[in-house]
Design a protein around this ligand. Structure first.
Ligand code: PEP
Ligand code: MG
Length: 593
């Protein structure tokens, strides 16, 4: 038997076998607090100095390797290096060792807290940012003192990352070529960590709950199909998983061969299958996997991991590249969805009690019009180079759409005056992610050219279940009758008003849900690029007539379990080959009954 087996929520499929590399993000909870004897104080001061020096050496080495195109990341490291060299922080810590006899990590903690207390009352944004940087630098030194490895860039060889949590900013920093898979204690199915893993094409589990049993260097298997982590497997387990991994790779290769065929049902209905991307660099994955366009470009990722805001020029350059490469295929730019779990250093954390319901997305942009307008201008400029659409996230009412469009009109007027080209007919859409937007879909449909249903948030807000909270992930049900009715309402409202409707939440990549969406008459679906070949294959083997019948039955069900049964029957009936294949990858006790 393996040492032990843990279970998490699978968020990106595939099987990886490799050495664990633990990135302990929660180590501050275990900060040692000890009193040092007088005779040991000089040695403790030496230890502190050595830790500062060692972090400095490591950062300097990383700085050397930062590529030119990641300039902003480089300047953040420069700031941290300056702070490490600043004698104030180290000096204050040494004093606490000498006068109070605190151990080095605790002394540094006290020195940082003093600085925070001094600057707390100052509302200046710049000071706030610097204070956050001081905290980051201090934590690096403290983890060094505690002997904990944290730096994602210090991974040697290829590894499976184990972490308490990975923020969207962390995932942007990951060196993809070194990472085979990851597992985190926290997180839910549609947390942005999972989304990022899927776009990187590596297996991932979130919401594992605990990872104490895993140690650095342990051989682990991450099974992104069943959600299992097998720690130090036996020879026979290893052989079995190697076989499953090979089968899965074969299947992936096979379905990719047909991914460029159109997503057309047996009886001739077409649905557009597009991709969700977070970084412009993902266009290759979109095209390689047969994406017919970019249905959702999450533009906020380009704002993370930097201390300054991107300029209009910087954004326009990226956006123009994307529009031109994808042309004549469509690219839907979603304006910034910052806030909640995605913060930018320049604005700091907003310290909200309930950030998911706070100053997020369009609300944040309307409060910061300069930042909003810079982005709108850049998107408009890109519209002259391809087939560009724009949409607003987290819309809760007609007024918000009108306010957002007013800023867009102003951006257009400015560009016109400056003689800069843009597409005056660029389609404008809104995401439908809030129950309020669902209920007024018929009004919103008259304000915009298209809808895009964001089920990740729509499920979160309508069922009242935090999409990142593993404790309630069992309630996060795409096939909840409320979710399905909401989607149907929006599709019908859109079509009644003569506008197109897309769906870009994770539901779009769920083979169990797609036949229902087809039955509703959805015009396009957008998903992580890696999911496109499989979903296109499902659509090509489907009959629209059957989808409508399935939808009719599903809408009559009152419970999720009834719907699940119907959907399962449908899969068994229409996709026996898929069922047989995936069954062969699961263990017997995991097969649906
Ligand atoms: C959604 O909410 O479904 C969506 C696509 O947006 P995001 O996942 O970026 O919040
Ligand atoms: Mg959303």
């Amino acid at each position: 038997m393996a040492d032990s087996t843990l279970t998490g929520i699978p968020v990106a499929t595939g099987i990886a076998i490799g050495k664990a590399f633990f990135v302990n993000r929660n180590h501050m909870a275990n900060l040692p607090r000890q009193i040092v004897a007088a005779e040991d104080m000089p040695a403790e001061i030496e230890r502190l100095r050595a830790a500062f020096k060692s972090v400095e050496t490591e950062l300097a080495a990383i700085r050397e390797q930062v590529p030119e195109e990641l300039k902003s990341h480089g300047s953040l490291i420069d700031t941290h290096l300056m702070m490490l060299k600043d004698p104030k922080l180290a000096g204050a810590s040494e004093k606490y060792i000498e006068t109070l006899g605190l151990n080095a990590a605790w002394a540094l903690e006290k020195a940082v807290s003093d600085q925070e207390a001094t600057f707390e009352a100052i509302k200046d944004q710049y000071i706030r940012e610097r204070m956050q940087d001081v905290r980051v630098v201090a934590e690096k030194v403290q983890t060094k003192l505690m002997g904990v490895k944290t730096d994602l860039s210090s991974i040697s060889g290829r590894a499976i990352i184990m972490a308490h949590d990975l923020t969207p900013a962390d995932t942007v920093e990951l060196q993809v070529d070194k990472i085979m898979a990851f597992a985190t204690v926290r997180g839910g199915k549609t947390s942005h960590t999972g989304i990022m893993a899927r776009s990187l094409g590596i297996p991932a589990l979130v919401g594992v709950g605990r990872l104490e049993e895993v140690h650095d260097g342990d051989l682990v298997i991450i099974d992104g199909l069943t959600g299992k982590i097998v720690i130090n497997p036996t020879e026979s387990e290893l052989a079995e998983y190697n076989e499953r991994a090979a089968l899965f790779e074969d299947y992936t290769r096979k379905i990719r061969r047909h991914c460029h065929l159109p997503a057309e049902t047996f009886d001739g209905s077409r649905v557009m299958v597009q991709a969700n991307i977070e970084l412009v660099e993902e266009v290759t994955a979109v095209l390689d996997n047969g994406g017919e366009g970019v249905g959702l470009y999450r533009t906020e990722y380009a704002y993370l991991n930097r201390t300054t805001l991107p300029t209009e020029e910087e954004l326009a350059e990226k956006y123009i590249d994307l529009a031109a490469i994808m042309s004549p295929r469509k690219v839907v730019f979603r304006t910034l969805d910052l806030g909640s779990d995605k913060f930018i250093a320049s604005y700091g954390e907003l310290n909200e009690t309930n950030p998911a319901m706070g100053l997020r997305a369009i609300r944040f942009c309307l409060k910061n019009p300069q930042l909003f307008k810079t982005q709108l201008r850049a998107i408009l400029r890109a519209s002259a180079y391809g087939n560009v659409s724009l949409m607003f996230p987290m819309i809760s009412g007609v007024k918000e759409v009108r306010q957002a469009k007013a800023w867009l009109a102003q951006a257009k007027a400015e560009l016109r005056r400056e003689g800069v080209d843009y597409d005056p007919d660029m389609p404008i859409g809104t995401m439908i992610e809030l129950p309020a937007a669902v209920m007024i879909a018929e009004f919103l449909a008259h304000e915009v050219d298209f809808f895009s249903i964001g089920t990740n948030d729509l499920i979160q807000y309508s069922i009242g279940v935090d999409r990142t909270n593993r404790h309630v992930s069992y309630l996060y049900q795409p096939l909840h009758p409320a979710t399905l009715r909401a989607i149907k309402l929006v599709v019908d409202a859109a079509h009644q008003a003569g506008i197109e409707v897309s769906l870009c939440g994770e539901v779009a990549s769920d083979p169990f849900c797609v036949p229902i969406l087809l039955g509703m008459g959805i015009d396009s679906i957008s998903m992580t690029p890696q999911a496109i070949p499989g979903i296109k294959r499902i659509i090509r083997q489907t009959n629209m007539h059957d989808c409508r019948l399935l939808l009719k039955d599903v809408l009559e069900c009152r419970t999720v379990s009834r719907i699940n049964n119907l959907v399962m029957d449908n899969i068994f009936k229409h996709f026996p080959e898929e069922v047989t294949f995936f069954s062969s990858l699961l263990e017997n006790d995991e097969l649906p009954s």
